[in-house]
Design a protein around this ligand. Structure first.
Ligand code: ZN
Length: 404
């Protein structure tokens, strides 16, 4: 069973906009910018998916239409519900709502401006750094080895290196050293391997029904130091129940639920013969392999932390880890919350405390992961918006050290 943190879309987006004059009254000026951003993403998909039918522009548009942004629009609904006008959370809700509004209207603009759209795509073809400096396919790439310090000094940076079998893009010798140290610490302190092959195998086996041509497009992806830092930072919040510390925690004797981290280009949308590459998912936890795979959108999308990609990446790592390390608390969690009848069924009790984000409304597992993510990154907001959830997570974390 896999748990995804997605930035997928929902048909409810349009409904949300028309019901809310707050959204509808915003100006349309920055739309062109948004079109450029979306085109870039689709161009990457286009490059990644060569050989399958998404390469033609008409089908790229179909992808746009078929993948509106569910997670974002849901989050907006949550924020609008809890944020009172003028309170300290309003600016953030306002900003996010504005971004959503742009996305909501994007398909119509694209439809109506076929000529300008082509110009935008062309412009991105000229200016996209990925196009100018294509990333070499990981399966074909011969990378430098990292066996000896002397070799490291001979390298011309930036370059791609291999550390313990993982391919990593480094800017300079300092980053090269840093990357090796992080990978060693993650392994030694937390008992977790950085190993992208495990993630690749996890995706292929989990989405067994996907056609081979789709499976063949899933590939390991280079790490960079920023992403390795986010993994280590995310793991650090769980240090009491990882590696050797786990033996002296409340989780002693129970196998550690996260054992590896992987970097992949894309996951797969559904475990069905009729599926496609998933260009919206940031990360995914595979419980049968105790693996967390991080995908390309993880490297660029900032949803919970606008303009702070480092914090966003750390938060996403925290969310995915919670699917593994905190799953044992899931039943206690939803039973304690009036919002849930069971793991997947809402009570529809309007007086119940809502999940801290719209994405948390997906099911109790996502609710728990979002609450844990907030607990470690924005505890004040969690305590203010969802005090019951705050207390449940706080109690769980304290139990780890046996100090409750
Ligand atoms: Zn999730």
């Amino acid at each position: 069973m896999a748990f995804q943190r997605v930035d997928k879309s929902a048909n409810s987006s349009l409904q949300a906009s028309s019901e809310n004059s707050y959204l509808a009254s915003r100006p349309f000026a920055p739309l062109a910018k948004q079109v450029i951003k979306m085109s870039t993403e689709n161009q990457i998909i286009q490059q990644e998916a060569k050989g399958i039918e998404v390469t033609r522009p008409t089908n790229l548009l179909e992808i746009l239409f078929s993948q509106p942004h569910k997670r974002q629009s849901q989050t907006i609904q949550a924020k609008l519900r809890i944020g009172q006008p003028g309170d300290k959370y309003e600016p953030e809700a306002d900003k996010t709502a504005y971004q959503v509004m742009q996305r909501i209207h994007l398909p119509f603009v694209s439809r109506d401006m076929s000529q300008p759209k082509n110009r935008v795509i062309q412009r991105m073809t000229d200016g996209n750094s990925e196009t100018e400096h294509p990333k070499k396919r990981t399966r074909e790439q011969n990378t430098s080895d990292d066996e000896h310090e002397s070799k490291r000094q001979q390298l011309i940076y930036p370059t791609e290196v291999t550390i313990k079998g993982e391919k990593i893009r480094v800017e300079n010798s300092e980053e090269h050293k840093q990357a090796r140290e992080i990978i060693e610490r993650i392994e030694n302190d937390y008992g977790i391997k950085v190993n992208s092959t495990i993630g690749l195998e996890s995706v292929i086996s989990h989405y067994a029904q996907a056609p081979q041509i789709i499976k063949d497009r899933v590939e390991t992806e280079y790490w960079d130091v920023k992403r390795l830092i986010s993994v280590e930072q995310g793991l650090s919040h769980y240090k009491d129940i990882l590696g050797n510390n786990r033996n002296s925690s409340s989780r002693a004797g129970i196998p550690q639920e996260v054992l590896s981290f992987s970097s992949l280009n894309y996951g797969i949308d559904k475990n069905l013969p009729d599926t496609k590459l998933d260009s919206n998912t940031w990360g995914e936890y595979f419980d049968n392999n105790s693996n967390i795979s991080l995908y390309k959108p993880f490297q660029t999308d900032t949803h919970d932390f606008p303009d702070n990609l480092e914090k966003q990446m750390e938060a996403t790592v925290i969310h995915e880890i919670a699917h593994g390390l905190c799953e044992y608390k899931l039943q206690d969690y939803w039973k304690a919350l009036a919002y849930w009848l069971d793991e997947n069924t809402k009570s529809e009790d309007e007086d119940a405390e809502y999940p801290v984000t719209g994405y948390g409304e997906t099911n109790a597992s996502e609710d728990l992961s979002e609450a844990v993510m907030y607990y470690f990154t924005k505890p004040d907001e969690l305590e203010a918006f969802a005090p019951e959830r705050y207390e449940l997570v706080k109690k769980m974390v304290k139990e780890w050290k046996g100090t409750n």
